[in-house]
Design a protein around this ligand. Structure first.
Ligand SMILES: Cc1cc2nc3c(=O)[nH]c(=O)nc-3n(C[C@H](O)[C@H](O)[C@H](O)COP(=O)(O)OP(=O)(O)OC[C@H]3O[C@@H](n4cnc5c(N)ncnc54)[C@H](O)[C@@H]3O)c2cc1C
Length: 426
């Protein structure tokens, strides 16, 4: 088999688009766009024969542009975008599909998978990281709904992974951040969801400590059907500074929203019943800023954490998101998948928006502010990680999980073919 018919090389008209991800560009020797698992295997064989390191790309949203690579071979999975309903809520979704089109297709069958909030994020990248979506408290992470996967291994074999076939690989795919093979298809158990109540409640920017505390207290008593994110946003581009709770209620008992209306002075509210697929949006276009991003899980939204968050936000130029967890997310046995941070009450994500001309000292100052929040948490989420120092990677998995991931890596990818990712060295 030759790969010329699926190859885009420097000088080809499509090369500029093909070498670029959502977060940056590189100069690969070749971009390969396979259409079958066999062509993926052939692409891997070609890269090996040519001595080219590989990058695997789905939605291309990784903040470090892992989906492209200088002087290497990119395997672009965009042709693996098929979504099929298999009956009884089981669905097969291509390893190169995007969540927006996938949600729209599933919606036609009265089904949904709790995924992420953004249309163009890839099913392959998000599912192998975790997948915190708008129904995470009701249905868990995206990866908690995975039944099996079709994988092209580093050895070029096409195998199936599930709880009964290659169970070690199946465990590692669910949280191992793309280290174990090229997933060409995922099989999920989708949920019977048609519409949800989704929107925002905006509060006056006052008494922020009471607002955050009130939000956490309201969420502790909330039903699993309610998933929310509290955002403290600085003035940014066309948007004014604001304190907002984003709401998704996967059920009809709208009384569950009432406690949220009492946690601060509501200045606006816009919550509508919409098809689940309409909840996914496209993020704002990239701005000319250098974001310094941090994220961590917290056991409790307590007073010291709230003080740190409010101080960091009030100093300016920083957005803070708090995603409330618990519910089904927290009930999954931490050892049953490679995503182990199940004890978290919330995930806190914060970015400081720096000018691209900022000095290293300015960036370090922003990181120091983040640490006043981050040091109160444990671990972090690969999906929202903007750097990959050894310390960053060590925070992704508890030691026992990382040790087990290394064992699986040694079994399935001993030469570390799949290393353009948050890498688990064999
Ligand atoms: C705007 C935005 C919104 C987001 N919202 C959410 C959210 O709501 N919830 C959430 O949990 N996360 C969210 N994320 C994080 C997101 O889930 C991760 O960044 C994810 O890794 C992106 O996947 P991708 O396929 O788009 O990216 P890519 O850059 O294409 O891939 C990411 C990593 O996964 C590997 N990979 C991708 N597909 C495959 C495959 N099929 N087989 C093997 N390896 C593969 C790649 O090699 C790379 O290392 C968001 C990110 C952005 C930028």
């Amino acid at each position: 088999m030759t790969i010329d018919h699926i190859a885009v090389r420097p000088g080809d008209p499509d090369y500029d688009t093909a070498r670029t991800t959502k977060s940056g560009s590189a100069n690969p020797s070749v971009v390969l766009r396979p259409t079958s698992p066999e062509e993926v295997a052939e692409s891997l064989r070609y890269a090996k024969a040519e001595g080219l390191p590989v990058a695997i790309r789905n939605g291309g949203h990784n903040a470090l542009s892992y989906g492209t690579i200088d002087d290497g071979a990119v395997i672009d999975l965009s042709h693996f975008d098929r979504v099929e309903a298999l009956g009884e809520g089981r669905v097969r979704v291509g390893g190169g599909a995007l969540w927006g089109p996938a949600a729209a297709e599933l919606g036609k069958h009265g089904l949904a998978i709790s995924s992420g909030d953004t249309i163009s994020v890839g099913v392959g990248g998000l599912t192998q990281s975790g997948g915190f979506g708008w129904m995470v408290r009701k249905h868990g992470l995206a990866l908690d709904n995975l039944l099996g996967a079709e994988v092209v291994t580093a050895a070029g074999d096409v195998v199936r992974a599930s709880s009964t076939e290659n169970a070690d690989l199946f465990w590692a795919l669910r949280g191992g951040a793309g280290n174990f093979g090229v997933v060409t298809a995922f099989e999920f158990q989708a949920q019977p969801v048609t519409t949800v109540h989704h929107g925002v409640i905006e509060y006056a920017l006052e008494n922020l400590d009471q607002l955050v505390n009130g939000w956490a207290t309201a969420m502790r008593a909330a039903p699993d059907e309610l998933t929310t994110t509290l955002a403290l946003r600085p003035a940014f581009g066309p948007f004014p500074a604001a304190a907002i709770v984003f709401v998704c209620l996967a059920g009809d008992d709208t009384a569950a929203l009432e406690p949220l209306r009492a946690i601060g002075t509501v200045v606006a509210e816009d919550i509508k019943e919409v098809a689940y697929a309409e909840v996914l949006e496209e993020g704002p276009p990239p701005q000319p800023v250098l974001p310094i991003i941090g994220n961590t899980f917290v056991e409790s939204v307590n007073e010291p954490l709230i003080d740190a968050i409010v101080s960091a936000y009030s100093a300016g130029g920083r957005v803070v998101f708090m995603r409330y967890l618990g519910g089904e997310f927290g009930r999954v046995d931490p050892a049953s998948t490679a995503f182990a941070h199940r004890g978290a009450e919330a995930m806190v994500i914060s970015a400081a928006f720096m000018s691209p001309e900022s000095t290293d000292a300015d960036a370090e100052q922003a990181r120091a502010v983040w640490r006043t929040i981050g040091d109160q948490g444990f671990g972090s989420y690969s999906g929202f990680l903007g750097s990959d120092t050894p310390e960053d990677i060590a925070a992704l998995w508890p030691k026992a999980t990382l040790d087990r991931l290394r064992e699986v890596k040694r079994a399935w990818d001993p030469d570390n073919v799949f290393r353009r990712n948050f890498n688990i060295a064999p």
